[in-house]
Design a protein. Sequence first.
Lengths: 454, 166
Amino acid sequence: MIQSPLRAPLIKGKKTYQSITSDILDPMMSKPGSLWYIGIFISGSALLFGAFMIFWTIWHGIGTWGLNRTVGWGWGITNFVWWIGIGHAGTFISAILLLFRQKWRTSINRSAEAMTIFAVMCAMLFPIIHMGRPLLGFYIFPYPNTRGMWVNFNSPLVWDVFAISTYFTVSLVFWYVGMIPDIGTVRDKIKAGWKKTVYKVLSFGWKGSARHWHRHEVLSLMLAALAAPLVLSVHSIVSMDFATSVIPGWHTTIFPPYFVSGAIFSGFAMVLTLMIITRKALNLQDYITVGHVESMNKIIIATGSIVGLAYITEMFMSWYSGVEYEHYMLINRATGPYWWAYWIMMTCNLISPQLLWIKKLRTNIVFTFCLSIVINIGMWFERFVIVVTSLHRDYLTSSWAMYKPTIVEVGLFLGTLGFFFTAFFIFIRVFPVIAIAEVKSVVKSSGEKETKKD
Amino acid sequence: MENAKTITIVFDDEQPLLQAVKKIRESGANIIDVFTPFPVHGLDPALSMKRSRIPLVGFIGGAIGGLLGFGFQTWVFTVDYPLVFGGKPLLSVPSFIPVTFECTILFAALSMAGAFFIKSRLKPDKKFEPVDPDITDDKFLILVDGETSAEKIKTVLSGINTIEIK
């Protein structure tokens, strides 16, 4: 008989169904440790600071930002694109890896999807407050109004509204529907009291019936099949905000694939940052193993190399196009006043992920953690380089300008980071961080032989 | 749900559950429902369950969404408020595609999720009581129609590892 080589188990340790339930629910049901309080204190402070800066922006107007007539999109749009990109990894893990039957995703999909939702919420904040009069933000939706006008459906900024609101809604539905069986588990395990009632309502009366499971599986598969092209469309549309303009450095056809791969690249880095902390803090090393970290690192090499290739293609095209403005754009990026941002971007995104070709490094948790933060910084700078260095010196020399963010913009960015981590800290206390039912369904098929051996 | 007229058979793993489902069905007894902590592979054919029509709902929902999205943009730019943007034709189909696409996805996803909740009769329920609280943890359960006697079920299931028959 031909036997395929035995795969390493996805889940370590001798797990029974019961121990999986208790391993995942115990950290949620017991009192949080001091680390959790310290974490939520720091992130909560950042959130409050950001909230104050939102108030400041709305009260005094957009003039409190460092923007000027030349550089009209600064940190605000940089952060917007960065956050949307981070969200993409969650959908990639839960949808595209589901369609490719990558079973290792079961340990990380729940928290990665939660991350998507929080990241998209952070992203949505920026265009809204960037409008200057956020209370009139609903103008971007096509609703019948007394002006008798509609929005311009030819504009990528309107496409963005549709893409991101659809993305947010579908991700939320996908995440919640996937979580219903596990909320049922929490409901049945938690002691009677008001919390039990809340979980009863949240679980939609899930009882684990075979027919429900069948529909649930079909629905998950179908939603994944919809979310996969959706996630690719969202960042493509975001990139068209730039690509349909005439600014040198923006006006390129490479943008959609370049942005999508960059998004997945940065998103996986953020998933790694969060997962490495979570597995340690919640004692989930058996579920989120070095194998998981390695698999994610491999995706980082792949997408990072695509991003690197896109940088090099951009260089080539700016020379090959023969357009002197395109030409100058590249020289200005690399050697102009913002040279440091360009080289931070190049070092963090082009060079550093290549270290992961070395197996010793990509299976090293501490190294991966540091690298994931480096990549997050690098990807933020990528967006900064695209937005600011392209804008600050375009065609007309007399309108060249420099851009420096004010404390308000820095505070807004810190505030979204604070919101993101605060939401994540609350999430790990309220919902199971790992998809319990999905892990139970893979524990047998993947690791039975291995677990019985030891 | 649980009343005197049903027989509950409890298992602690999927293999004995699958064998039991086959044997019970062969014996002619009527299985009301099966409850499991996770989707058991092979249970759907064993219960000869028809494939869910959720994908069809999704297709119809998506088609409606796509048509609405495209139709609305066409109506706005050619009938209600014709306005030339950048010298382009009024009906500039390529630039309608992104919004049409997003509407298709949104309608398809929401209609399928809605169909799932409606068909499964799942709704927020404050008074919900589970058939057995261990189903969502580690127990597998078959609910058999009370027309068959418990003794008969016991003989049918002899040799299969059950936890409890009641």
